[in-house]
Unconditional design. Structure first.
Length: 74
């Protein structure tokens, strides 16, 4: 995978905390930041998925159980 450089201005206190965490846990800062960005992107996608799901039609549990041949028995 090709790599590119990313630059961002952040609060000095955030940078200091990042340095401390990475140092204490033996983490590489680049990997830590990349993982954090990926996690946030996934979270935002999940939020969009949730918004779409909220508009999907629902069915009563009894109908689902009937379709499964369980006739109200779990």
């Amino acid at each position: 995978m090709a790599q590119v450089q990313l630059a961002a201005r952040i609060d000095a206190r955030v940078k200091e905390a990042l340095d401390r965490v990475c140092d204490r846990r033996g983490l590489k800062m680049n990997r830590f930041v990349e993982d954090a960005i990926i996690d946030k992107l996934e979270e935002l996608e999940d939020i969009e998925d949730l918004k779409a799901i909220r508009h999907e039609p629902t069915r009563p549990l009894s109908a689902v159980l009937k379709d499964l041949g369980l006739d109200g028995k779990l």
